[in-house]
Ligand binder design. Structure first.
Ligand code: HEM
Length: 133
């Protein structure tokens, strides 16, 4: 697949990996080296990466040869107990968000107070200058 003169998979920063859940546990396949050789094209493979590609793979009705080739690209199984719960990954972002909100409030408060302080000092200086004269 050509995009702007480059093959799309050359631009991929991550490896092309997808997951098949046909069997349990889930199996991960790294198809980076197969992108050029896949008879169905590289774009369908790239689209199927980073997710459960069982339906994508099955819907095509791959031959027994294709199924046998899977073994060549097999990386390992996913241990579901080692996948962090969604709440754990959300917490740091939440904390970050709260910190941002806190500093945002201080900045707004300063934006409001600093002109007032300058005005107060100006009025004060003028007042004392007048009374002295
Ligand atoms: C490591 C994984 C895969 C391997 C080894 C593989 C292998 C093959 C092979 C050998 C063929 C030629 C036809 C056949 O023998 O069945 C093929 C065709 C094809 N594959 Fe894959 N494939 C893989 C993953 C996928 C995925 C995930 C998709 C869909 C997202 C896909 C879509 C297709 C399509 C559309 C064709 C063309 C079918 C046709 O023109 O009749 N393949 N694949």
């Amino acid at each position: 697949m050509m995009v702007g003169g480059f093959k799309i998979h050359r631009k991929l920063s991550k490896q092309a990996r997808f997951i098949l859940t046909e069997n349990s546990p889930q199996q991960v396949y790294d198809v980076t080296k197969f992108l050029d050789d896949h008879p169905g094209g590289d774009d369908v493979l790239v689209t199927a990466t980073g997710k459960d590609a069982t339906d994508d793979f099955e819907d095509v009705g791959h031959s027994a040869t294709a199924r046998a080739m899977l073994e060549e690209y097999y990386v390992g199984d996913i241990n579901s107990s080692s996948i962090p719960a969604k709440t754990t990954s959300a917490s740091p972002m939440q904390t970050q968000k709260n910190e941002d909100a806190g500093s945002g409030f201080i900045i707004k408060l300063l934006q409001f107070l600093v002109p007032l302080i300058i005005l107060g000092v100006a009025v004060g200086v003028r007042f004392y200058t007048k009374s002295a004269a």
